[in-house]
Ligand binder design. Sequence first.
Ligand code: PMP
Length: 459
Amino acid sequence: MTKTAKQIKQEGISDFKKHINLTQTIFLKSVGLEVLEGKRLGVHLWDVDTQERYIDCFCSAGSFNVGRRNTEIVNALDAAIDSWGMGDGMFPSGPKAALAEKLVEIAPEGLNNVMLCSGGGEANDSALKMARGVTGRKEVISFVKAYHGHTGFSLSAIGKPIYRDSFEPLIPGFTHEPPMNDLEAVKRIAGADTAAIILELVQGEAGIFVAEQKFLEGLRKICDERGIMLIFDEVQTGFGRTGKMFCCEHYGVTPDIMTTAKSLSGSVYPISAVIFNDRARKFMEANPDMIVSTFGGGDLACVVGLKAIEYLKKNNIPQHAAEMGDYIGGAILKLVEKHKGLVKEVRRKGLMIGLEYTHDMMGPLMSFFLGTNGVMAIFSANNPKVMRLMPPIVINKEEADRLIAALDNSMTSVKKSAKIIEAASKIPLVGNAIGVQELQVFLILIAKTIGKVIPKSGH
Ligand code: PMP
């Protein structure tokens, strides 16, 4: 007997819950986003059962810059399957060479060398190893709230203790002391044994904190003077997200090593790359077997990565992201004025947008109401007050207008619910507990009831 769409969804979610991630399933349900991903195309994804269509503003934290199942990229993969497989990590191959050449062509001058890996964490691990290897030094400086992945070196560089605590002792020699944009703190810490300074130019998971021009220029100077390797983690900011191919182009500051991943996948095939200068190359040449990866840069992945870059370049997508960022960002500022009291701050670089709400509860509530208005958006894991809006950067004006209307509608709904939260927070025990997950779920349930009497936007 063929299963109904409803059964497929129920089974999918229940098996996912049973075997993969119970807590995530409960969380998504609590914010009204109990979705089993079905069809996906461009900026949209559809639920298997309800056929509800969502604009994806999470994008696996910025992995879908070229849009989901971009036809040109899917066709390239399709054709590649006829000729290529994984390839052997030991041997040169056409797809690897072509991708490496393209990466060097689009990277800032001086970054002439490429190592291909599978994910962002692995790329950062490799970059940090190169820095230690080439300098012979031990210490690494990363930043408060920094996010670099969950593999060994990357996890050791994460600036949020909660991610590290269960696994201590991690790799020694890492400090996460300086806050982003605090050059004086870096100057105090960076010493003769510092191998690397690693940072995101826009801290994504932390809640969209943008690096300042003087800060980056200062970091470059410190690194040059003290022989430290400067590593830019462009895993999330890369491939057009911030309005330039790489975020560091906004600043005119070039790192020694740049890590990239996410959108190099063309939204269909995992791959990451470390792009580095000739100083780092010295270590790699002298130690060809020290930093390697069996699956890194498989041939199919390379075909896809190359096609993704060609697509971005041919269609001038980074420039498009800058324009759409201004368009959506400008509209959001108007909404902030209209719905006073809801949003404390808007932080943005291109289409990497963060809304900081005035209360912890606003993040989950906005996720919920945006869901009912056809937009998938998740608040930051590091800070429930901050919502990241990162639609595929190929988003067009009509889609942007729908996103803006959904934000407007959701803000209206949240303001109404906010009255309940305010009243609840005045009850002493409840007031203390607000922000605790169960209470958030309870309040969302109340908000859901209210949601039923608030009209959805047309989409
Ligand atoms: N660096 C940054 C800036 C990231 O945002 C992420 C993933 N969110 C990573 C590294 C880790 O990438 P991955 O999950 O592919 O290991």
